[in-house]
Design a protein around this ligand. Structure first.
Ligand code: NAD
Length: 351
């Protein structure tokens, strides 16, 4: 029974999934009634951007290949200049490149066509994080939700195995937190469980054979479900801790999610036992132990100390993580958070 009712809030988005769908990029631009696409990438993926420009031919306005982690506003301003005369954005890359496209859309209202190459899920959310003067702020606006998503497994197949694993665990973290979200609803539960199932089944196959396009496609389907649920309901302790460690200690995004997921699940396992029961069933044993064993078997990093966090920073990290109160199934208590961080720093298996 849904006493309070719920709003499924489907984003009005067009999604294509399958090997080779990027060949349809020009048709997508034309279908939107547009003709001059600014292509975005990071410097590392500029060659992929050039290939898309070549494919777009006369529909390409140009390539801007300076997308960077945390969407710094200086880069967005340069990109908005580069977008003068363009009538749409084509972003090819992970959350950093997609974030730049969203930041341009916020300022210009240009429509976005996105070709994701990681599993982070930003393409499926109306959320943008951007950094000004070293401070990262997050906003939510329908303006930043991309209009078209093309999931092409051939593009994600170039993602190195290490980042494949951590990015997959990053996506799974959206789903785990969605299950116990305060505003969870029957649709978000199904999205989250579908996403977890897709990664449970697909990620080990992708690690065993990174070029297996059918397995890549399963994981991209999971990424879409997990990204959609990230945009649909509120996140809690896990995302807050990752935001704190990424923002204040410069830890890498996907790796931090990967290390913390079993520990934040352990923290909430008692308070959200009913909501997390399907996760325990899917991964075996206890919810946190099952997630830890899954990550370990895939060769994921398991300890914050291996990501470059100093032991001396754990106290400050705990202080920062409890500074601004937020909702979580179990109350967020400083000493318990400090203990969680200690275990995650050591890489100990949670019970
Ligand atoms: P990323 O986009 O920073 O990519 C990491 C590196 O991998 C980059 O150098 C990139 O060029 C490279 N790369 C990506 N795909 C590749 C591929 N297929 N082959 C080879 N190299 C590839 O990493 P990410 O984890 O996808 O994104 C993290 C960022 O996205 C963070 O800033 C995070 O806050 C943001 N994010 C935002 C949302 C949202 O809803 N707003 C959701 C998830 C993540």
């Amino acid at each position: 029974t849904f006493h309070a009712g719920f709003e499924p809030g489907h984003p009005p988005v067009r999604v294509c999934l399958g090997a080779g769908v990027r060949a349809g990029i020009g048709a997508e631009v034309v279908t939107l009634g547009l003709s001059r696409a600014l292509v975005l990438t990071t410097p590392q993926q500029a060659a992929q951007g050039e290939a898309i420009c070549a494919q777009l031919g006369a529909l390409a306005h140009g390539l801007f290949s300076r997308a960077a982690m945390h969407t710094p506003v200086e880069i967005t301003e340069a990109a908005v200049e580069a977008a003068r005369g363009a009538d749409c954005i084509v972003a090819i890359g992970g959350g950093s490149t997609i974030g730049l496209g969203k930041a341009i859309a916020l300022r210009t209202d240009l429509p976005q066509i996105v070709l994701p190459t990681t599993y982070a899920g930003s393409e499926a959310t109306p959320v943008l994080g951007q950094t000004a003067n070293g401070v990262k702020e997050t906003l939510r606006s329908p303006k930043v939700q991309p209009e078209v998503i093309l999931y092409d497994p051939e593009l994600v197949a170039t993602l190195p195995v290490g980042l494949t694993v951590t990015s997959g665990l990053n996506a799974m973290a959206h789903a785990v937190e969605a299950l116990y979200a305060r505003d969870a609803n029957p649709l978000s539960d199904q999205l989250a469980l579908g996403g977890l199932r897709a990664f449970r089944e697909g990620l080990p196959r992708v690690v065993a054979d990174p070029g297996n396009l059918a397995a890549r496609e399963s994981t991209q389907f999971g990424s879409w479900l997990c990204g959609t649920v990230l945009g649909a309901v509120g996140m809690a302790l896990h995302h807050k801790l990752c935001h704190t460690l990424g923002g204040s200690f410069d830890l890498p995004h996907a790796e931090t999610h990967a290390v913390l997921l079993p520990h934040s699940a352990a923290y909430n396992a008692g308070a959200a036992a009913r909501e997390l029961a399907p996760v325990a069933e899917l991964f075996g044993g206890s919810v946190s132990g099952g997630l830890y064993d899954f990550a370990a078997a895939l060769g994921a990093p398991l300890a914050l100390r291996d990501l470059g966090l100093a032991k001396a920073d754990l106290d400050r990290a705990a202080d920062l993580a409890v500074k601004n109160p937020y909702w979580n199934p179990r109350p967020v208590e400083r000493d318990a958070i400090r203990a969680l961080l200690q275990r995650a720093w050591e890489g100990a298996r949670p019970q």
